[in-house]
Ligand binder design. Structure first.
Ligand code: SF4
Length: 314
């Protein structure tokens, strides 16, 4: 359950996903909009999930099953939790570099105040750091961090990382209606992001089923407003508000392909049907997984999504 895809990413092109955090979901945040469900274990202490050789061998093996049409732009650490909680992250990246494919990490940035975590993340070619909350109150409400974390230390950590990092740095900010979508918030967020000097600041909205049902998309004029405020600070900004598409890499094994991807990425029904077709499978295997309570179907914004179901989900 370590690799999936590649999937079409709006930011990274064709990206092979690496989930270096084992289920159940382990994260230092419990964001109200999280697309992989509630955090089962909230922690800020890095630990061992998989040995680096296991991840390396799984990735190498996965690559042998991909056809030439699945040429990768990136291998991306995107976990069902926070990838920097993996104490072996740096060692794993060093091994993966042998494959000569650029490496990306999508992190919430909460552990970047730790020097050893910064050192590991610096090994990646492309890093996205989450910046949703401009103050402690919003951080507690929206990202719901592990209690031992401090907002000020978190901001110091991402600033320090940004000042040291030599690769492609971007930020990602989720905008939620009634939570962080007023002009004052946008200005404060712009104030933080400007100091990070990212090559790109991405803005997102909750396009997939969120962990907390009351989470709502902001009005489109709010997205325009935040773009304007960021641009006034000379921040190169790009909204990510559309559907990424249905183009997903496949290996011929529908169970592996499906379960690996939906552990970190709910699948819309049209994308799922294409994956079934490519893996030469039919819908009966989906019905069987639903009956076994391994996957679940949820409706969001008029679309059906297939998500991983864990018996220990809280
Ligand atoms: S969105 Fe990312 S940081 Fe937030 S709870 Fe989900 S996995 Fe953790």
């Amino acid at each position: 359950m370590i690799t999936f895809g590649p999937v079409s990413s709006r930011r990274l092109g064709k990206s092979l996903g690496i989930n270096n955090i084992s289920h159940p979901k382990v994260c230092s945040y419990n964001c109200i909009y999280c697309q992989v469900g509630k955090t089962i274990r909230l922690t800020a202490t890095p630990e061992t999930f998989f040995e680096p050789e296991i991840i390396f061998n799984e990735v190498k093996n996965h690559l042998t099953h991909l056809g030439p049409e699945n040429f990768l732009d990136y291998m991306t650490f995107v976990a069902n939790g926070e990838p920097t909680l993996d104490i072996n992250l740096g060692q794993t990246i060093r091994l993966l570099k042998k494959l000569e494919i650029p490496i990306a990490i999508i992190t919430n940035g909460s552990l970047l105040s730790d020097k050893s975590v910064r050192k590991d993340v610096q090994l990646a070619d492309w890093v996205s750091v989450k910046v949703d909350s401009p103050d402690q109150h919003t951080w507690n409400l929206l990202n719901r961090p592990y209690t031992g974390l401090s907002f000020d230390r978190h901001i110091e950590g991402i600033l320090l990382f940004a000042s040291e990092y030599k690769g492609f740095l971007c930020t990602e900010t989720m905008i939620l209606k009634g939570v962080n979508d007023d002009t004052g918030m946008f200005s404060k967020l712009a104030g933080i992001i400007e100091k990070l000097h990212p090559q790109k600041a991405y803005l997102s909205i909750p396009t997939r089923p969120p962990s907390v049902q009351s989470v709502e998309m902001p009005d489109i004029n709010k997205v325009n407003e935040v773009c304007r405020i960021f641009s006034e600070k000379q921040i190169r900004t790009e909204p990510l508000i559309g559907f990424e598409g249905t183009d997903i890499g496949y290996t011929g094994n529908i169970y592996d392909d499906l379960l690996n991807i939906i552990a970190v990425h709910p699948l819309r029904e049209d994308a799922l049907r294409i994956l079934l077709y490519q893996d030469k499978a039919d819908f009966s295997c989906i019905e069987s997984l639903i009956r076994q309570k391994i996957i679940n179907v949820v409706r969001y914004n008029g679309e059906k999504y297939y998500i991983r179901q864990y018996s220990d989900q809280i």
